[in-house]
Design a protein around this ligand. Structure first.
Ligand SMILES: [Zn+2]
Length: 183
């Protein structure tokens, strides 16, 4: 089975109604994705597809972990990710320009009526990238073994809670100290 087939949904002869699929995105999938952010990970994607004539609505629930550099200490961590995406496709060969624009506006992906297999891999790649949070840290204190580099965290004072309250660069606090509050 080729990679494209592995992440495809067979549309030919697909009956009306609800269909469920499950795809596993692994290291090979992400290595082939060739993105700059991560190349290793393990994500399960559960798809619920509702077919109504030529229109197919898909709900894709992605859940798993991706390997990225921790924003706090710099070591590679398995960052948990989870998100739900929608994808609507329509098999239609004779849409007018106007109808095409309308569907595009509504986020409907137009595909040919003769398409036998719908390859999801590009969309799975895009969704996986969208799941990467801007801040790559998570609540990992309770994990065994602890994934972060404690030496680095020690050096940046991560374990000292008073650092946050006592040290401030905000000049507003200095100004406030000088205010004489009326009794
Ligand atoms: Zn860390």
């Amino acid at each position: 089975m080729s990679r494209a087939e592995e992440y495809s949904i067979r549309l030919k002869d697909l009956k009306e109604g609800r269909h469920e699929y499950c795809f596993n995105l692994d290291n090979t999938f992400f290595e082939e994705s060739d993105n700059d952010i991560f190349s290793r990970g393990k994500i399960q994607c559960d798809v619920v597809l509702e077919k109504h004539s030529a229109l197919m609505r898909m709900e894709l629930s992605l859940k798993g972990a991706i390997q990225v550099a921790c924003d706090r200490c710099g070591v590679q961590i398995d960052l948990p990710v989870s998100e739900v995406f929608d994808l609507v496709i329509k098999q239609e060969d004779h849409a007018t320009e106007e109808e095409k624009q309308e569907m595009e506006k509504e986020g409907v992906l137009l595909i040919g009526e003769e398409v036998v297999e719908f390859d999801l891999s590009r969309h799975l790649r895009d969704f996986s990238l969208l799941m990467v949070p801007s801040k790559r840290v998570y609540e990992c204190r309770k994990e065994q073994p602890y994934p972060c580099d404690e030496v680095v965290l020690e050096r940046i004072g991560f374990f000292e809670p008073e650092r946050i309250s006592s040290k401030t660069d905000n000049p507003m606090w200095d100004a406030l100290k000088d205010i004489q509050w009326e009794e």
